[in-house]
Design a protein around this ligand. Structure first.
Ligand code: PMV
Length: 343
């Protein structure tokens, strides 16, 4: 991969005039999984949408030969490290793990002597499961590539981000990175084998947060354990999830919300079978359905975080109130947000 990026960079430098900016700001959106969670880890497709809540990263050259990070939203202030020490620590402080690893990976491909200050800020809490780690990784890589006059295509940005998240987290399909980079609504296959933007209109979604932070890697391991114990049965569930996701691709692009809602309900039953549902999620999902939603399901790894419901605008307020009545927190977001961008 290194050779690929090196050659590309050299070609670009000869093609373009360097601008020499000393500060670049970039942002990337959070995401919601619509269909296909867990099955996507095993090579099946999923559908995700980017939401209009973003993470920003500002990258700046500084005279001191060190990396400085300010990320007050996750409790990081005055973090600093010598340039030669970036990424060497085997136990990088949690709040800066993704940012520092992203910088290490970028600098391995594009070394430089300049000191670097990174400041990040988020429009959403990292508790919601909107993919804050992925969005911050993408935003930081977008900002530092801009700062260094390196043009990364979406595919390049995905590769570098996927490598980073893989090193920090070890597991995951990368769908959240793709949503943060491409934006909109995408059909995705693990590792970025396929990333297809879908022509889907604005979704009339209601998002309910359970108040419980889910631990995605441990839920992925839990499903892996199920797979190990009974591969045939688990493959059967994944196959059914894949059929639903395939049909949802059509119903979403046709704007057939009623069928999309039914498919969400079916997908939810299969997630229950995988053992990743919780009683809190169930409570919010049932309340949304009873209040007139076309369909509702958990979104993401399960174990907590958020559920989503699709509802006609006429019922949206009812659904929101019903979710709040049973203890959920309604998060107002719109779908199909723009992907990573320099600001
Ligand atoms: O927990 P989230 O919202 O990041 O979603 C995880 C979705 C999984 O399919 C379980 C894992 C993955 O990386 O695709």
């Amino acid at each position: 991969m290194r050779e690929y990026f090196k050659q590309k960079h050299q070609e670009e430098l000869s093609d373009r005039e360097t601008v020499g900016a000393s500060l670049v700001s970039a942002s990337a959106p959070g995401k919601l999984m619509l269909f296909g969670e867990h099955a996507v880890v095993y090579g099946y497709p999923c559908i995700a949408t980017a939401v209009d809540q973003r993470i920003r990263a500002v990258a700046q050259n500084i005279p001191q030969p060190r990396l400085e990070i300010e990320a007050p939203d996750v409790g990081v202030t005055n973090y600093e490290k010598g340039l030669s020490e970036i990424g060497l620590d085997t136990n990088i402080f949690k709040g800066v793990r993704f940012v520092e690893t992203a910088i290490k990976n970028f600098r391995e491909l594009y070394p430089g002597d300049s000191g670097l200050l990174i400041q990040t800020s988020s429009e959403f809490s990292s508790e919601f499961g909107f993919g804050s780690s992925s969005a911050v990784t993408v935003a930081v890589l977008k900002a530092i590539s801009g700062l260094n006059n390196v043009f990364l295509t979406n595919e390049d940005l995905f590769r570098l981000s996927y490598q980073t998240v893989g090193e920090v987290q070890g597991v995951g399909s990368g769908f959240d990175l793709a949503a943060a980079i491409w934006g909109g609504t995408i059909n995705f296959i693990a590792g970025g084998k396929e990333i297809t933007p879908l022509a889907v209109g604005e979704l009339s979604l209601v998002v309910g947060y359970t108040g419980i932070k889910a631990d995605t890697p441990s839920l992925i391991r839990q499903v892996a354990e199920l797979y190990r114990r009974d591969q045939k049965w688990t493959e059967g569930i994944f196959g059914s999830i894949a059929s639903i996701t395939k049909e949802a691709r059509t119903s979403l692009t046709k704007g057939d919300w009623e069928r999309t809602g039914e498919l969400m309900n079916l997908n939810q039953e299969l997630l229950v079978a995988l053992g990743v549902n919780t009683k809190e999620l169930s409570r919010l999902i049932s309340a949304a359905r009873d209040a007139g939603a076309w369909g509702a399901k958990l979104s993401g790894a399960g174990g907590g975080d958020c559920m989503i419901a699709l509802a006609d605008s006429e019922y949206k307020k009812n659904v929101e109130e019903a979710i709040e009545k049973v203890g959920g927190k309604v998060l107002r977001v719109t779908s199909n947000a723009e992907g990573a961008r320099i600001e």
